[in-house]
Design a protein around this ligand. Structure first.
Ligand SMILES: Cc1cc2nc3c(=O)[nH]c(=O)nc-3n(C[C@H](O)[C@H](O)[C@H](O)COP(=O)(O)O)c2cc1C
Length: 193
């Protein structure tokens, strides 16, 4: 049994991210998998300021209570599904900031992506994949790309096209497989530098 976090990647008031993440969560639960459990993680709940740790996270010397709480939460998972919009062809600053706060908590884990935007949020996820590489996260190929035009009625109400549910399940299957396969590396005391 591996633990998968579904990370809500926008903190914007009126965000679509929460609705999309809850949809992913419901699909994950409905599949009744016996190899994974799922939890919604809202970065907004951790009140992270702009990175305010004096020492780089890879040195593992956290000083702030909010960093320690965020570390404990992210460290408890084996894999992640990032739900992200596209802001100016990239990932939201709030999501990048939350990722930057930590290091070892991401290492040797798996990640998949659910994105949305006029081009399905594809450009945002391409950026996120580069960030994942630096954090030693194995990012899966399958990707869920939601179109603001086709999957949101009048660009507002979330009405995903029927094929998107299967796309979520395919992505989850890959995330769970890689999250489980990397377990021996996570069990080592220290990841390869
Ligand atoms: C600062 C900002 C920049 C945006 N830039 C893009 C963009 O480059 N490409 C795109 O497809 N949508 C862009 N959008 C539209 C967002 O995809 C849309 O507003 C979406 O609902 C944002 O996600 P959220 O509601 O979860 O915050 C942008 C929105 C904001 C607020």
């Amino acid at each position: 049994m591996i633990k998968v976090a579904i990370v809500i990647g926008s903190t914007r008031p009126g965000r679509k991210a929460e609705t999309v993440a809850r949809w992913v969560y419901e699909i994950a639960i409905a599949a009744k998998r016996n190899d994974a459990e799922f939890e919604l993680v809202d970065i907004q709940d951790y009140n992270l300021p702009l990175l305010d740790e004096p020492v780089p996270p890879s040195m593992d010397r956290y000083s702030k209570a909010h960093t320690k709480a965020w570390s404990e939460k992210i460290g408890s998972f084996d894999a992640f599904v990032f739900v992200t919009p596209e802001y100016n062809h990239g990932i939201p600053g709030a999501l990048k900031n939350a990722i930057d706060f930590l290091y070892k908590e991401w290492n040797n884990k798996a990640a998949g992506f659910v994105s949305y935007g006029s081009a399905g949020g594809a450009r945002s996820v391409e950026q996120l994949r580069l960030v994942m590489a630096e954090l030693q996260v194995a990012d899966v190929r399958a990707q869920v790309m939601l179109s603001l035009r086709a999957d949101f009625e009048k660009f507002t109400a979330f009405k995903p096209m029927p094929h998107q549910e299967a796309a979520v399940n395919t992505m989850l299957g890959q995330v769970i497989a890689w999250g489980a396969a990397l377990k021996p590396l996570r069990n080592q005391k220290k990841p390869e530098a």
